[in-house]
Design a protein around this ligand. Structure first.
Ligand code: ADP
Length: 467
């Protein structure tokens, strides 16, 4: 494995020749081996832009996801390849790890058995031991033609169907997502003035001034796609939009929708939209929407295409009034994976970029995060100056860390000691910012190499900046 200097040299080389696929792939592999998972993910994503559907790159990306516990993202990345009957068995093992991470032990066991029966060398005894199914020896005999773990037919689900006889799918007419009442408002969202303004016009004004909008033939409803680096505040913003509007908030995660049984995911999706419709006005928020709304061109798999089609049908509504008062917000770190059909008028027609915070916004975020804590006189600007590349989630990490330390000191002293600027400065030293720089590197690839439609023009000034 490379030492740090070697790795840095590789990074520099890749930056100088961003189109050199073998170089980027090698860099990604080294990053993964050394545990720089966020950066490895970004490199693999960048490499996939250059070589979409490459099995080794996809495997690397999926591994980076699994090791970051982003199991849904790993499955979404693997899915297009797993539908081919000739897929590489190592991809099956990765899918098994992701399925196990999602709590789907039966599905994981099935996928694992199948992979190992096709290539015993991919066996992973630790994984086998964690699966509740009888442990599989990595030296299992090659598959007999009638093996129940034979490769799925080209149109089988990429999520493993259990061996026959398959249990009947449970009826899923009840949504698992819950309805929240958000107390947050835009006052608790620091910075992002342009983003808040855009949400106000798109979401809030039509509800607050329906007559004006009706006069122009516009109705309340529709969707907004929020995209940007992880931790920049997309979920926070969506929750605040609901609070600002006095609307209910339904936060939908991948686990609420995706189901291994064919047809169940579509039913879950319909039930979730129905839940929002029963609670209007409602902000219906889909996190990690790229996994649900992935480009259909990337999918050779009929079942997943159906899910995308169902999502589009729900967004459009069965009749004109179906989604009146239901505002659909969706968030993604990877907007380039979202099917263009989602960007048609009336759907997520205006993607909104949620940028990493500038120094003034970082100071404002810190002020909000520290608001209810015992404080000495604070110089938030000083902390903002030393937290380049930190997003909201990182700043929250800094404040949490500083509070922990202060709490310990207060317990020892037997009295509350207020949080001070040096505490935050010290905590900032110990928090490593999440992968904004890497995200920008991926975004730069799309802006430079895959922006024919101008969809990513908004990112141009950002990716040209210094990261
Ligand atoms: P994302 O959905 O983009 O991954 P989150 O919304 O989960 O990011 O952000 C993580 C946390 O960071 C939030 O819970 C919030 O506490 C804090 N945060 C992020 N952005 C802001 C902001 N602009 N103002 C105040 N807090 C923020």
């Amino acid at each position: 494995m490379l030492d740090d200097a070697g790795l840095q040299a590789l990074r520099d080389a890749a930056r100088l020749s961003p189109d050199n696929l073998p170089l980027r792939q090698h860099l990604a592999g080294q990053l993964l081996a050394k545990g720089y998972l966020g950066e490895a993910e970004a490199e693999y994503r960048a490499a996939l832009v250059l070589a979409p559907k490459d099995a080794d790159i996809t495997a690397g990306l999926a591994e980076a996801f699994v090791r970051q516990s982003a199991f849904g993202a790993a499955l979404a990345a693997l899915e297009p390849l797993l539908t081919s009957s000739a897929y590489q068995p190592k991809l099956g093992v990765l899918a098994a790890r992701a399925l196990l991470g999602e709590g789907d032990t039966a599905g994981a066991a099935y996928r694992y058995h199948e992979a190992v029966s096709r290539d015993p060398s991919v066996g992973d005894p630790d994984l086998a031991a964690r699966l509740s199914a009888p442990p599989v020896t990595p030296y299992a005999a090659p598959p007999a033609p009638a093996s129940p773990y034979a490769a799925p037919a080209p149109h089988a689900s990429p999520y493993p169907a259990p061996p026959a006889p398959a249990p009947a799918p449970a009826p899923a007419d009840q949504a698992t997502a819950e309805v929240e009442r958000s107390k947050l408002t835009f006052a608790e969202v620091a910075g992002m003035e342009a983003v808040k303004e855009s949400l106000r016009v798109k979401l809030l004004l039509p509800i607050q001034q329906p007559d004006l909008f009706a006069a122009y033939g516009k109705r309340a409803g529709g969707g907004v796609l929020l995209y940007g680096p992880p931790g920049a505040g997309k979920t926070h913003l969506a929750r605040a939009a609901a609070g600002e509007l006095g609307a209910s908030f339904v936060n939908v995660g991948l686990a609420d929708i995706l189901d291994m049984y064919i047809g169940s995911s579509e039913r879950n999706l319909r039930a979730t939209f129905d839940l929002a419709r029963r609670n209007r006005p409602c902000v219906l928020f889909f996190d990690e929407v790229d996994a649900l709304a992935a480009r259909r061109s990337d999918m050779r798999q009929a079942h997943t295409r159906q899910l995308v089609n169902q999502f589009l049908a729900e967004l459009d509504g069965v009749d004109q009034n179906a989604n009146e008062g239901v505002l659909v917000l969706a968030a993604t770190n990877a907007p380039w994976y979202v099917d263009v059909a989602f960007r048609r008028p009336g759907r997520f027609d205006q993607p909104v970029f949620v940028p990493p915070p500038d120094p003034a916004a970082r100071a404002a975020i810190l002020r909000i995060l520290c608001r209810d804590k015992p404080l000495a006189e604070m110089d938030f600007d000083a902390v903002a100056r030393v937290t380049d590349h930190f997003v909201g989630a990182d700043l929250k990490g800094v404040v949490d860390r500083a509070v922990e330390v202060k709490l310990q000191q207060s317990i020892s002293a037997g009295r509350p000691i207020p949080l001070s600027t040096p505490d935050l400065l010290a905590a900032a030293q110990s928090v490593r910012p999440t992968a904004v720089r890497e995200w920008m590197a991926t975004a730069r690839n799309y802006v430079m190499h895959a922006n024919d439609s101008g969809a990513w023009d908004e990112l141009m000034p950002w990716v040209k900046g210094k990261w």
